[in-house]
Design a protein. Sequence first.
Length: 116
Amino acid sequence: MNLTQTTIRAATFFLAGAITLCALEAAARASDAGLPTRTVSYADLDISSPAGAKILYRRIESAANQVCEYGAYWEMSLRQKQHECIDRVIDKAVKDVDSPALSALRPTSVTHLASN
């Protein structure tokens, strides 16, 4: 195998990787676009402090539980969808606020690339 073939193969590999990453990012944005929303006010809080961030986090959790209400708790599939919705809504809200103190309260957040 000569240098030209190696270069072409490497370029093809990196191009395929770049296309895959772009597709995954587009899927993540599309899945976030359909999330239910509710405005959560935090004008009364100092979210740079751990105490203020904790209060805001509780407000975000409460709003996520309200907007992701599916009702039928006895159906496992609906319960799973509700938990996924809540996680995605909280992840997005924490990301949108962009506060280190708030982000520290959600260290185990999961990036959801696409929904089923």
